[in-house]
Design a protein around this ligand. Sequence first.
Ligand code: FDA
Length: 506
Amino acid sequence: CIDAIRTRNEFVSCMNNIIPFTNTSSYVFTHDMPMYSSIVSSQHNPRCSNSTASRRPVGIVTPQNEIEIRAAIICSREHGLQVRVRSGGHDYEGLSYLCRTPFVIIDMRNLRSISIDIKKETAWVQSGATLGELYYSIAQVSQTHGFPAGICPSVGVGGHFSGGGFGAMVRKYGLAADNVIDAYIIDVKGRFLDRESMGEELFWAIRGGGGASFGVIVSWKIKLVRVPPKVTVFNVYKNMDQHTIKIISRWQHEAHKMKNELFIRLIIQYVHGDEDTAVQALFNSLFLGEIKDLVPLMNESFPQLGLKTKDCIEMSWIDSVLYFAGLKGAPELLLGNKTDPYVNYFKAKSDFVTKPVPQHVFSRIQEKFHQQKLVFMLMDPYGGRMSEISESHIPFPHRKRNLYNIQYLVKWEVNGVRASNKHINWLKELYKYMEPYVSRHPRSAYLNYRDLDIGINPRENTSYLEARVWGEKYFKGNFKRLTKVKSKVDPDNFFRNEQSIPLHQN
Ligand code: FDA
């Protein structure tokens, strides 16, 4: 306890020494301050917050500028503290705010400015902004521009862009990270670097390789994309039966081959009605065009769904963002944290599918879904632009030959070791069952759906060979290159966590 107080005081006085004329209590929060607890626990998956393995941070720094980030890095290094960087705090395993050794959180909440240059069709966005704020800001200046990132508005730009990031425009425009054209990062030496000064290798690594292994990314320059003034959305629900399973089978063959403007996500979910419960398939779609063009297109390429004009709604792109997020109302809703997802405990896992899964597997999935309550299998089709980009363009390697991505998700309301084990074990069984039907050698996973079950770094100096167990699942052949970048930019492995990129030479 005395040690902890001493470390805390030393850290704060180090910050004061580096930035003497500011009041540290306005942006460094320690145990003894009333704001500490609320800032520590904001935006957490409650499953992770209950982790007993993690310590409480020595301090939380909420910087207003690069100088304060730099000071936090230098003082953490000087006093043997680890750093966790948090933007939106949505990490599935809590790696942005949990740590087993003494540490400091750098929380980017005050760095959330967005500046748009509509003539050049670019924007600078700071890491602490949410996707909702970004989408809203774009729509404020143009009804015909958008950005191809994730579906949930409360997700933070910092973690999302640095892990890849995809949403309903993935088939037309690829990942969020594919559309990043510059960035500012503060490295382990406290240097403030842009694309030119950081060099192409580090710039490559932070677009999909996870920012937390390389430094603190302050802001990103992105290329905006064009969207039509009217887009079309639909939700078609089908109870899971043999007929629906045939439709799903068709979807697997067609969804990745359709026009790039058409994205049809498939969600298998367990639904509780007033009197009845059922497993349902939801076909949830965005079309970058009008109903008059969508309906004939669907009749031609996917008639099995039986889409009718009355199923479709035309709206602006920004309204489609609200629609996908399940929000009803004005775009201002995207600004609040009303979209905070953490009402439930949850655990997720991911897969990539390269060959259509046989129909009998979906019958079995349906049976398995009857054993659980809040369960989802979200399937996002690839193809289109995703197939045109090479596997090594950025660290995210899941491109050509991938039909779709699966996210398996289980939620629960009451926590406790027994309750969570029951739900997590159910998810693990489903994941095991799917093994023969998904990508192999390695069985791939998506970094932004972080899953510590696929492997972790057991030690600070974990070797590249040991870390390949999990690293090649996320990054395939790009993992080795990531370790080389890591060795160059952070040779003492200061920026590390359970799944950070190890040094190449270890
Ligand atoms: P958080 O702040 O927890 O950061 C995640 C990781 O990035 C941590 O390791 C953190 O240290 C690091 N990091 C964050 N900011 C950094 C910075 N400035 N510099 C360096 N490192 C930084 N994904 C997707 O592709 N499409 C989707 O539609 C969705 N939807 C979705 C919905 C919901 C409800 C959740 C909880 C999650 C998603 N995701 C998603 C996954 C999401 O993309 C993923 O969790 C992101 O990493 C979250 O980024 P945050 O900044 O919010 O998280």
